[in-house]
Structures are given as structure tokens and as C-alpha cells.
Design a protein around this ligand. Sequence first.
Ligand code: G4P
Length: 194
Amino acid sequence: MKELREKIQKEGTVLGENVLKVDGFLTHQIDAKLMSQIGQRFAELYKDRGITKIVTIEASGIAPAVFAGLAMDVPVIFARKQKSLTMNQELLTASVYSFTKQVTNDISISTKFLTKNDHVLVIDDFLANGQAALGLIELCQQAGATVEGIGIVIEKSFQNGRQLIVDKGYRVDSLARIASLENNEVHFIIEEED
Ligand code: G4P
């Protein structure tokens, strides 16, 4: 998605060889207009898949997921990393290990929000090692829901997340794919239809 790539080039900062800081429009301050375009793009990509729910994870997945939910007119569920006081009902849970942060989070969604009749689009802000997306897929599987695909805002294609997810047979759509962050520069993979 051209607008997203331009925004990353203009406002993103490369930290070391592995991390892209995008707190000016995605992970801290949010560019709502860009998020709206992102939501519409996901809606376009998944218009024929009968999506009934969008599933994401707090915190930074919520903004793109909500705009996709608005564009597709479906509810958005975000997995929690910590149990909330009011979460006293039955839960779907999975463990997610973050290689970047070297911590394991138990993520959860209340069983009442996902059923076997649901067709889910999973959305997240970053795809790095794929552990968050795999955890969300697992929650959907526990509910017996069908995962129609994984929509990612920024994929770091030099890490193995996409491969792990594709190897399990799932569709992955990333709106910006980064080949490398070498020399403090962002190098994109640009696909023809993009
Ligand atoms: P994985 O889920 O793909 O395995 O990713 P990983 O463990 O490597 O990343 C853990 C957290 O760091 C995730 O956020 C992920 O979105 C974020 N992240 C990974 N790579 C980058 C990057 O290059 N830049 C930025 N800004 N974030 C990155 P999280 O812990 O769920 O945090 P949050 O959504 O609550 O902010």
C-alpha cells in the first residue's frame, strides 16, 4: 500500500538492524486517516470471504482492527494480555512468547465472543516472528471458528513469521513488507498489484 510505504519512509525510524519505530502514526500516536485507509484496504482484500469477526491483540493491533471492523461492518475483538477484573467467564487462552521482549504473555478472549460459526480475519500491527498471530489463530481454533486470513500492517519479511503462518496453510496479507532495515534505511518488497 503506497500511502503506508510513503508514511514509513517519511516518519519511521530504524533502530539497529531489526526494529522500526513508527510511534508517530501506529504504535503510540495514531494517524486516524491512514488507519481508515488501512481498514478499507483490508475490507477490499477480504470482501469475498464472509468475515463475521475481526480478532486482534492489545495494544497496537486495536487501531487498524477497529477501522477494518468499521469498513466491514463486523465486531472487533481484542485478545487481552492480562485478565481484567470483569473477565469472570470462560476464557480461550494461549501462551505467546515474544522473542523481541523475551517475555511470555498468556493471551485470552472470552468464549462468548467467538463461536464455531465465525469466519475470522486476524489483524495485527507488526509481523515479526509470528508468535502473536499464531496465538490468535490458536484462540480461534479453540472456539472452532474459521480463520480466513491474517492481515498485517507492517511485515518484517526478514524474520520468519510469514513463513511459519503460511506453512500452516493460512493466507497472509501485509500492507507493507520490509525486506531489510540495513544501513538505517527501509527497503521494501513491492508487489505488482500494490
Ligand atoms: P511476533 O509477535 O511477530 O513474534 O513479534 P515479536 O515477539 O518479535 O514482537 C513483540 C512485540 O513487538 C509486538 O508488540 C510487536 O508488534 C512488536 N514489534 C515487533 N517488531 C517491531 C518493530 O520493528 N517495531 C515496533 N514498533 N514494534 C515491533 P506487543 O508486545 O504486542 O506490543 P504492543 O502492541 O502492546 O505495543
